[in-house]
Design a protein around this ligand. Sequence first.
Ligand SMILES: Nc1nc(O)c(N)c(N[C@@H]2O[C@H](COP(=O)(O)O)[C@@H](O)[C@H]2O)n1
Ligand SMILES: [Fe+2]
Length: 235
Amino acid sequence: MESKNIRLNYDSGNIISPEIHKIGILAIGSHLENHGPALPIDTDAKIASYLALEASNRTGAKFLGIIYAATEHPYIKHGIHIKPIELVDKHLKPILKCAKRSLKIQKVLIVNGHGGNTKIKKYLPTIAEETGIKIKLNNRIVEIEGPHAGSGELSIGLILGITDPKRLRECENIREYPEIGMIGLKEARERDKKIDESAKQLENEGINADPILGKSLLEEALEDIIKDIKLLLDD
Ligand SMILES: Nc1nc(O)c(N)c(N[C@@H]2O[C@H](COP(=O)(O)O)[C@@H](O)[C@H]2O)n1
Ligand SMILES: [Fe+2]
């Protein structure tokens, strides 16, 4: 039951401005994607959720949770994904409309933790038009984390507590875990030059899970996310 005559304390707490309550932060990752033996299948969802919640805590913007699906090129066979248009129509648009209706959200920063989701960028103008919400997509962590399920994600996982350090040695077994660095995903490497380069990078450098690297990757991404929140606030 909604009570219209409650005056809410919009200026309370650690917030950058009372106007921040119009801004929502929505995480998107992948919950069903292989990341070798030392990382869970929902690594991308957990990394995106951590970044979205931490940015929300540091700025006061509203944390809107996470989308339950992800998209990917069909030739990258390391998880269960849906088509971009399905992700947009069945998951993204409904949650944005609900945030506007229930929380009076007017602007949303989507924090992405999965490489394949960068493809939703071309749908954002249409979604904004249809929902009346200003939308920005932040891919920073995906841009800087390096090869899939490689040193970057393993290091981030050490900070988040989702990497199993006892299984790091098994990451050398590419036959068993072809998704690591996408080294064993032959078709993906043939179809996408960037993926092939990323695989070669991991083959040359090997795996090195380092909490100092993990912390610096997360802080660099958070800095970029908070910059985007401030741009949305001023827009
Ligand atoms: N080029 C490219 N296309 C995709 O569709 C991808 N999923 C990726 N992934 C790259 O691998 C790293 C981690 O990926 P996830 O976040 O685990 O999907 C990162 O460097 C991505 O750019 N790359
Ligand atoms: Fe990942």
